[in-house]
Design a protein around this ligand. Structure first.
Ligand code: IPE
Ligand code: IPE
Ligand code: MG
Length: 257
């Protein structure tokens, strides 16, 4: 913990006083989901091609994972590529698809040292073989790890997930595995790709956009939302801690009083 605090001190002296004392380690959100947005604008601001932003954004993933791990977050879901992102220029999509084969060889040892387990939420169909090979290799190598789950939402879309879930559900009704009257929120959740994960407690979106962009539509029903103007490549541990601290100050009522 002290090591991390020293690191924050080095990064942003001004925000330290608001970041350090505020975190209560017994009230850390179990599942944090992040929409890593703003890579393209970050690059444009610096006169660089959009893909330079994606590269810089990739470099930020481990740093935030380590910060989350250090305070005891159990699941960190990172929105890396949506089902709508296929609309982007072919070159940009290709660059994004090549990032896992750079990210994992670079970071896997440190992730393993920290007991991090990799997983993926999204559709494997449609992903290039080299992308799949990189992520599946990392999933396999970390499958016995018991620490933080670093969950990449890759080729993921919330509406597609719900439609696929409803299709599976109807099949189960047709073959007698599910009775219509047994369908409730818990059984519906079991048809989602995240059926074995708790719903996110906290959603963070960078880059100043105030929307969900088809991310975890079912799961975010009662999540706390936190937005920052910072673009993803410039998102720091200190900002992450600010989000956690604000989460801890909120009262979650779930419709009660
Ligand atoms: C987020 O950054 C990364 C992905 C969506 C893959 P963007 O590429 O959306 O960056 P902006 O929002 O255009 O700045
Ligand atoms: C959401 O960002 C998807 C990811 C961060 C992977 P987008 O940049 O694709 O979302 P919109 O287009 O601004 O809604
Ligand atoms: Mg964007």
């Amino acid at each position: 913990m002290l090591k991390l605090i020293k690191k924050w001190l080095g990064i942003n002296v001004k925000s330290v006083s608001s970041a350090i004392p505020a975190i209560e380690l017994d009230k850390v959100p179990a599942h944090v989901a992040i929409i890593m947005d703003g890579n393209g604008r970050w690059a444009k601001q610096r006169g660089l091609p959009r893909v330079a932003g994606h590269h810089s954004g990739m470099k930020n993933v481990k740093k935030i994972t380590m910060a989350a791990n250090e305070i005891g977050v159990k699941v960190l879901t990172m929105y890396a590529f949506s089902t709508e992102n296929w609309k982007r220029p072919k070159e940009e999509v290709e660059f994004l698809m090549k990032l896992p084969q750079e990210f994992f060889p670079l970071e896997i040892e440190e992730l393993i040292e920290n007991n991090v387990r990799i997983r993926m939420t999204g559709w494997k169909e449609g992903l290039p073989d080299y992308t799949l090979k990189a992520i599946e290799g990392a999933i396999e190598r970390t499958k016995e790890n018991t620490g933080l789950i670093l969950n990449f939402a890759l080729n993921y879309g919330g509406r597609k997930e719900m439609i696929a879930g409803v299709q599976d559900m109807i099949l189960d009704v047709q073959n007698g595995k599910l009775q219509i009257e047994d369908l409730d929120e818990a059984s519906f959740s079991s048809y989602m790709l995240t059926s074995d994960l708790p719903d996110p407690d906290l959603l963070i979106r960078t880059s100043g956009e105030l929307r969900l962009s088809n991310f975890l539509l079912w799961q975010l029903a009662y999540s706390e939302l936190w937005f920052t103007e910072a673009y993803w490549p410039e998102f720091t541990e200190s900002l992450f801690m600010q989000a956690i601290a604000e989460y801890q100050r909120r009262g979650r009522r779930y419709g009660g009083i």
